[in-house]
Structures are given as C-alpha cells and as structure tokens.
Design a protein around this ligand. Sequence first.
Ligand code: S3P
Length: 181
Amino acid sequence: MNAVLIGMMGSGKSTVGRILARELQRPFVDTDTLVELKSGQLIRQIFAAEGEAGFRRLEAEAVAEVMAGENQIIATGGGAVLRPENRQALRRGALVFWLDAEPAELYRRAMHQGAAARPLLQGPDPLATLRNLRAERALAYAQTAHVMICAGGRSPEELAEEIRLRLLAHEGDTGECRTSK
Ligand code: S3P
C-alpha cells in the first residue's frame, strides 16, 4: 500500500518521508521533485513563468502519475490537497498521514530549509502567510487524511517511526507476534 504525507510547508513531509522509505526499503517519491523533473524547471521558475495556476496543473499531473504506482512513500507539496481530484486520488490510493504543527514551528523549519525555493513565502510576512494558508487548508487536509500526526516538537526519526508502525499495522503486519513455521 502507498503511504502519502500531506501537510503544510515546513511540516517535515520530505525529511520524514525519506527516513520512512529507507526504513521500509520502499521507493520515495516527492511530487515537487517529480514536477521539477518532468518540466525541467525549478518550482520557483514555474511560478515565475506560469503562475500558481500553471504549477497546480503540473502538480495534478504528478499526483495522478505517482498514484498509479504501489508501495511507495509519497511526500506531496503543501498545496496538493487544494484540487478535489488530487484529494480523491490520494485518499483512494494510499494511507494518508497529515503532518501538522503550529505556524511558528512551520515557519522555523521552512525558513531553515530555505524559503527561497518556496514562492508562496516570498511576501513581507511569511509567518502570517503560513498561518493563513494553514487555516484556509485545514478542512482540505482533514478531508484527505486518514491519520493526523502532531509533528510539533518531535524529531523526523520519531515521526517516521510512528508512521511506520501505523502503516504496518494497517497493512496487517506489525512484525511482531509472528510464529515461525
Ligand atoms: C506549496 C508547497 C511547496 C511547493 C510549492 C507550493 C504550497 O511544497 O509545492 O512551493 O502551496 O504549500 P512543500 O510543502 O514541500 O514546501
């Protein structure tokens, strides 16, 4: 089964997803990276040339493409849940985890990871932008997710472990209580 990580910029989707994929020895796919590979442009270049609408079209194609696969760990861009067809494809084809944290923590992490790569944080008050986007998107995240994970104050390794256990339990294999034949 696919595992999908959704949530705001700075929630740790890509970092946690990479650790999880390594632990489970499953392929890791980041829809932002897929968009960049397919278009041959960086996200900020796509926003500059085609605006957010152009980026969302490419993102929807990337979501549809990745959801055709199986047994992957998938990190999505923070706004991937905005389109209903994405929400449907993600929820139908995966166990979906929503990583959430307080705006102040999202801000710290997003700034640390490099705000320059994130066109939506280029305004004068990125903290307010994150707070507003999180409030606007909360319903879409909640509608898409099967499991909500509170990411605040926890390390990526801890979060990956919680998700790993929940995913394996869902797949019906906890790795425990197995009787050898
Ligand atoms: C976006 C989040 C970014 C990227 C793009 C738009 C958003 O991904 O898709 O800059 O709308 O929240 P991350 O969440 O991986 O930073």
